[in-house]
Design a protein around this ligand. Sequence first.
Ligand code: F6R
Length: 366
Amino acid sequence: EKGGYEHFMLKEIHEQPKAVRDTLSGRIAKDDSAVILDELKWTAEYVNSFSKVFIIACGTAYHAGLVGKYYIENLARVPVEVDIASEFRYRKPIIDDNTLTIVVSQSGETIDTLAALKEAKRLGSKTMAVTNVVGSSIAREADQVVYTWAGPEIAVASTKAYTTQLIVMFLLGAYMAGLRGTVEDSRMRELLGKLRNIPAQISETLEDVDPIKAFAQQYGYNDDVFFLGRALDYHVALEGSLKLKEISYIHAEAYAAGELKHGTLALITRGIPVVALATQRSVYEKTLSNIKEVKARDAVVIGVAAKGDTELHKYTDHVIFVPETDELLIPLLTVLPLQLLAYYTALTRGCDVDKPRNLAKSVTVE
Ligand code: F6R
């Protein structure tokens, strides 16, 4: 059942090329000019009626929602607010029939997410579910559903659900952009062409495990690990940090790199591992200067960069390279070494990877 892998988590990490390919299947026009989401059949008028989009989820799905906000705002120029389901449902959100509420849930059964969906509906919002389970409670409750086609996810730590959620979020952003005319045709073709290459690039990225195993063995006994990044790198840092915490029980924190000097830098001392993502070109120099700040405190810095980067190695102890793609799509690649790092660190520490202590796969109690 584990297909020759030692754990479901590792199997599911390696299923990502297929999961992403299946989630993309039939959803990009042959000439790369547009996204096709037959399940929605939206019109320009419908999309233009949204004054605001809410994205609501828990845990890893929430992290996918943060990337979703970035995609929808960047591509479709519609304001998006992201919230944790257990906060949203109790905070009297401002919602009316011009809001679209998107809930994201792998299982489709998370109680807080389901309750948030019901609350949004009660307040008059249009609703949509992004879920992996056909016929789940959340799929049935929402007005509209876009499925991730990740296949069953068994390991408690979510991996292929996250990457396929990112894909759906990107497709949604590009779909809305197509209807609203907010992205030029040539840019849309460029992006969708690059999106097509992502499954093969995921396979390529996953081949490079040896350095990651070595880092896990070398740094796996530290008590604290920090993850840094700006823009989309920050959102991926949050996910990398959660993965490490939940399966290896190491205290990990993700910081927006520019926020470090507002407090957290006090915790950076000699030998503390810092995983620093630096793939976002628009804030690249700013990120490098934050990396220099942690390096000056003698942290051990593991950089994550796109191939072709010739700068990062000067300011870090190691660099993990992922294939080059658009900076909007690169989270689909940078998250992979972080998933593997969490996995091999948990192995190094002898943790029960597939069933971490205190956690359940599907949280159906409050
Ligand atoms: C982390 C993880 C959890 C889930 C969260 C939401 O690896 O798996 O944080 O992402 O419990 O679950 P779903 O997506 O089923 O609503």
